[in-house]
Design a protein around this ligand. Structure first.
Ligand code: SF4
Length: 320
C-alpha cells in the first residue's frame, strides 16, 4: 500500500432539507484514502457511510445537498465540477458497485450490451474496435466464461451477476472503486469468492477501494484501514489491526464487543438505546446518550477528530 492519497475529504457536511428542518446525514467528515489502499466504512444503518459514498460520486439526490466541504480526487475537487464534468469522471476515475448491484442490471439487455453501453458512453465510437473481445476479456478477469457475454441477467446466478457488476466497475480502470455492501445478498461461500475476485481485480488495475458495510468480520479480512461512523460523524479511523486489537472510541469498543466469538462463546453485547435522530441530534457528543463513559462535557461539547497515536484518529473527550 502506497500512502499518497488518491482521495481526500475535508470537512464534509451533507444535509437533507425537510419541512421540519435539516437532517444532518454527514457532519464534518475528514479522511483520506491512499493509492491502492482498501479502506472500509462501518457503522449501523443511517450512520452516514452510504451518504458519504454518494457525495464522492456527486449522486446525492434532492432534497439532499453537500452544504460544505471538499472532496479531492487526485487534487480535483469533485464538489466544484458541473454535471457534464462529473459524468465524465464517474466510471472513468471513480466507479460504484451499488447496494443491490445485482438488481441494477437491465433485465432485457444482454450482458455484453450493458458493459458496451458503459464503455461507449465514455470512450465514444472509437472504442467499438475490438469491443466484443474486450468485454469477454473483462468477464474472464472476474472469473466468468466468455459465453456469459451473450446471456441475459436472469440466466445468471446471484454470484455471477455480482461479478458482472464488478466487471462493469473496472471496465474503464478507475482510480477509485466504491463498493456499497457488494456481497450482502449472497450466501457466505459465494460472498467469499466474489470478495476475492474484487480484491484481485482491484490490485490488478492498481485502484483504491472503499468498502462500505457493517460486517466487521468481512471488513477485517479485506481492508487495510477502517473508519467507524456514528450518527453522521466519523468517530474513529485506524488500521484494521488497531481497531480490532485496541479500539479506543466507546462506540467502536461496543462494535468489536458485539462480534460473536466461537472461542469464548461469550454473548454479544447489545448497545442500549436507539441511534440518534439526525433531524435533532443530541448536543455535544452525538453518542453521549448511549455512552457508558460519558463525562459532563460530553453533553455540550462536540469532540473533534484527534490523532491520539500515529495514524490513529478518535473523536472522544476521553483522549484530549
Ligand atoms: Fe462517550 Fe464522551 Fe467519548 Fe462521546 S465524547 S464517546 S460521550 S466519552
Amino acid at each position: 500500500m502506497n500512502t499518497d492519497a488518491v482521495l481526500r475529504i475535508n470537512n464534509l457536511h451533507v444535509h437533507y432539507q425537510t419541512p421540519q428542518g435539516a437532517v444532518k446525514a454527514v457532519d464534518e467528515v475528514n479522511l483520506f484514502v491512499g493509492r491502492g489502499e482498501r479502506f472500509g466504512f462501518v457503522g449501523e444503518s443511517g450512520c452516514g457511510k452510504t451518504t458519504t459514498a454518494l457525495a464522492i460520486l456527486q449522486m446525492i439526490q434532492y432534497p439532499g445537498k453537500i452544504v460544505a466541504g471538499e472532496i479531492l480526487l487526485e487534487g480535483k475537487n469533485l464538489v466544484e465540477l458541473n454535471a457534464e464534468e462529473m459524468r465524465r469522471t464517474r466510471w472513468r476515475e471513480v466507479s460504484l458497485i451499488p447496494q443491490g448491484a445485482m438488481s441494477s442490471l437491465n433485465p432485457v439487455m444482454r450482458i455484453k450490451d450493458q458493459i458496451a453501453d458503459a464503455i461507449l458512453t465514455h470512450e465514444g465510437r472509437s472504442a467499438r474496435t475490438g469491443l466484443n473481445q474486450r468485454i469477454e476479456d473483462l468477464l474472464v478477469t472476474v472469473g466468468l466464461q466468455r459465453p456469459v457475454a451473450q446471456m441475459f441477467p436472469h440466466e445468471l446466478s446471484g454470484g455471477m451477476k455480482q461479478r458482472v457488476c464488478v466487471a462493469m466497475a473496472i471496465a474503464l480502470k478507475p482510480k477509485l472503486i466504491i463498493a456499497d455492501e457488494p456481497t450482502s445478498a449472497l450466501d457466505v461461500v459465494v460472498q467469499r469468492i466474489v470478495t476475492q475476485t474484487l480484491i484481485e481485480v482491484q490490485e490488478r488495475i492498481g485502484a483504491s477501494l472503499i468498502l462500505i458495510g457493517h460486517d466487521m468480520g468481512l471488513q477485517a479480512q479485506i481492508v487495510h484501514r477502517l473508519a467507524i461512523m456514528y450518527g453522521g460523524h466519523l468517530v474513529e479511523m485506524a488500521t484494521v489491526k488497531k481497531i480490532f486489537q485496541a479500539p479506543q472510541h466507546p462506540y467502536t469498543q461496543v462494535l468489536i464487543g458485539s462480534v460473536p466469538s466461537p472461542k469464548t462463546k461469550k454473548s454479544p453485547f447489545a448497545l442500549p438505546g436507539l441511534p440518534p435522530a439526525l433531524l435533532n441530534p443530541p448536543p455535544g457528543c452525538v453518542f453521549h446518550p448511549r455512552c457508558a463513559k460519558a463525562l459532563e462535557m460530553c453533553r455540550t461539547q462536540v469532540p473533534p477528530l484527534h490523532e491520539i497515536q500515529a495514524a490513529h484518529f478518535v473523536a472522544c473527550h476521553l483522549y484530549r
